[in-house]
Design a protein around this ligand. Structure first.
Ligand code: XMP
Length: 319
């Protein structure tokens, strides 16, 4: 039986051994996994680590500010903040296939890292917060190809040309263990307890084409939903909760106007590792309150539906 304190000490020794005096670049997504990986690696090698936070414009409301203030303010870590919204949205224009979205976003992330690594005079390693479930959902145990349900963009190695080795200290861990490690490392509780957020971000919560306008609309609806969940004291009882913006328009009525706007889907599930999930059973009052707020406050949405599908057969994300 091992403790988190022992795991921390062991991983720090392993990272030092692997990296030696060389430089590491770490992609921060704002999620728990990459944050814990960055803090652990920083503890191991200090200034040899540079974090790169790529704002792809597919983040939730306020997320970029939170990440920058935690890492620059609280930890005083070298952090490169790349504003790449235009580049990502330009590349996503016209793309509707979920796997094509993921592949483009994953490849563009790697390009951005590559460029930033060059800008800081080169790095020998790329650090990632890959977890055990990411590893097993993307590749089979035998190393041969298996059925890929979704190509998680942070798994699967790097293109040849990158010439960076991977540092992935969380590869054996499940989410609850990563959270325990985060607490062990002293990360602030609101950060440690955050719901998982996928690397491709809002792009896979907007079925159909991803536009700036759709992202802005979704951010507003999502913020209202999460605000109500926090106010009801339900945030920590839920594994993941988020809004989805559908490409479908339906007819509604507001005052004496007919509306013809988009549908917002709400998702909330309980889970321990993301591999299976149950629907969170909100009360009817809670859901109708959220629906009313979203339709009243978010221009462009006139209907809200709740997703009652468990995983399996559904997945947690809609794409
Ligand atoms: P699904 O939708 O496959 O999601 O049931 C399981 C968990 O994985 C997250 N997820 C992703 N995370 N890159 C990520 O980093 C991805 O491409 C990706 N797709 C899904 C999802 O949010 C859930 O926690």
């Amino acid at each position: 039986e091992w403790t988190m304190a022992e795991f921390r000490a062991q991983k720090i020794a392993e990272i030092r051994e692997q990296v030696g005096g060389r430089k590491v670049i770490c992609g921060l997504s704002g999620g728990v996994d990459s944050s814990v990986a960055a803090v652990l690696i920083h503890e191991a090698i200090g200034e040899q680590l540079t974090c790169v936070f790529v704002d792809h414009g597919l983040l939730r409301a306020g997320e970029a500010e939170q990440v920058v203030s935690l890492f620059r303010g609280h930890y005083d870590m070298p952090l490169v903040h790349v504003e790449a919204e235009e580049r990502f949205l330009a590349g996503l224009a016209g793309v509707t296939d979920p796997e094509k979205k993921r592949k483009f976003i994953g490849a563009t992330f790697i390009d951005v890292f590559d460029e930033e690594a060059e800008r800081i005079g080169g790095a020998d390693f790329l650090a990632q917060g890959t977890l055990y479930p990411d590893v097993i959902e993307s590749v089979s145990f035998t190393g041969g190809p298996s059925v890929t349900i979704k190509s998680h963009h942070n798994v699967g190695g790097l293109p040849e040309r990158m010439k960076m080795d991977l540092v992935e200290p969380l590869r054996e861990l499940f989410k609850d263990e990563v959270r325990a490690l985060g607490r062990e490392l002293g990360l602030p509780e609101p950060f440690v307890g955050r719901h998982p957020f996928p690397g491709p971000g809002l792009a896979i919560r907007i079925p159909g084409e991803v536009t700036k306008e759709a992202c802005d609309t979704l951010r507003k609806a999502d913020a209202i939903y999460l605000d109500e969940i926090r106010k009801a004291g339900l945030y920590d009882a839920i594994w993941q909760a988020f809004a989805v913006l559908l490409p479908v328009r339906t007819v509604g009525v507001m005052g004496d106007h007919r509306t013809y706007d988009r549908v917002c889907g709400l998702r909330a599930v309980t889970s321990t590792d993301g591999m299976t999930a149950d629907v969170y059973p909100f009360s009817a009052e809670f859901l109708s309150n959220v629906a009313t707020r979203i339709v009243n406050e978010v221009k462009g949405i006139n209907r809200v539906v709740y997703d009652y599908t468990s995983k399996p057969p559904g997945t947690i994300e809609w794409e």
